[in-house]
Design a protein around this ligand. Structure first.
Ligand code: NAP
Length: 247
């Protein structure tokens, strides 16, 4: 997966799958923009990425905030002449809550981070991708967006909406040489999943045919493929690395 000469902006890259993508993309030759709402974690990943020889910047931004995203995108284009790859990865876990007790605040935050975050960041880079006649947009959905999950109506709805966003935008920009795809992971071993506690995670694992969590690197390899020239005829697709939990 040669990404030499490409620049990738990865949101939520201070942790989990975003971090794994930043490291793998850098190993494959890409320059990296690390965006995270927590600058200290972004800076830590920056040190690791630059150790691989990549050019890298770390920028603090809350993807749900359009002003912060504008500043972040400006800083990215100040450092790099082009952004070839955008990974809309930033996300928050689902605070498990019955729909009847879900507050407007819980609903709004979930939609804001995942759906508005994806909208804000994609709006930030798409004009330049159109001008350069090439680009890759990769959106993080979830297996929950495909099959729904109890106690997570807000998270499932946000992740399902990202699939609609992906397919509609893919149709609209395909003739500009831009592909837009979604990754819909199952249970992946990241801090987001660890926060659920070992009892919940163990019960989730029992429902997975492979009887294990996925590794962040297993998702990063899929993202690197979608970002590479090898995936040039793939657009509007939802690919779900999930150990067989949804098929
Ligand atoms: P993670 O380890 O918690 O990483 C997510 C990163 O995004 C964190 O650094 C987080 O910062 C950051 N972030 C959260 N809200 C943000 C915001 N508003 N603006 C900018 N950055 C923000 O989680 P992960 O498991 O790697 O998740 C990555 C993506 O995959 C998410 O979209 C998630 O919904 C999705 N996903 C995860 C799984 C799974 O099993 N892990 C499965 C399906 C889909 P803080 O740590 O400061 O919050």
């Amino acid at each position: 997966m040669n990404l030499k000469g490409k620049s990738a902006l990865i949101t939520g890259a201070g942790s989990g799958m975003g971090r794994a993508m930043a490291l793998l993309f850098a190993q494959q030759g890409a320059d990296i923009v690390i965006c995270d709402k927590d600058l200290s974690s972004a800076e830590m990943v920056k040190v690791q990425v630059s150790g691989l020889g990549a050019r890298v910047i770390a920028i603090e931004a809350d993807v749900s905030n359009p002003e912060q995203v504008n500043v972040m995108v400006k800083a990215a284009f100040h450092e790099f002449p082009k952004i070839d790859i955008l990974v809309n990865n930033a996300g928050i876990g689902s605070d498990l809550v019955p729909f009847r007790r879900m507050t407007f605040e819980q609903w709004d935050r979930m939609i804001a981070v995942h759906l508005y975050g994806t909208f804000n960041c994609t709006r930030g880079v798409i004009e330049k991708m159109i001008a350069q006649k090439q680009g890759r947009v990769i959106n993080m959905s979830s297996v929950n967006g495909l099959m729904g999950e109890t106690l997570a109506v807000h998270y499932s709805a946000a992740k399902a909406a990202i699939i609609g966003f992906t397919k509609a935008l893919a149709k609209e920009v395909a003739h500009h040489g831009i592909t837009v795809n979604a990754i819909a992971p199952g249970v992946i071993g990241t801090p987001m999943i660890d926060r659920l506690g070992s009892q919940v995670v163990d019960s989730l694992i029992k429902t997975i045919p492979m009887r294990r969590k996925g590794e962040p690197e297993e998702v990063a390899h899929l993202a690197a493929f979608l970002a590479s020239d090898h995936a040039s005829y793939i657009t509007g697709q939802v690919i779900s690395p999930n150990g067989g939990s949804y098929m």
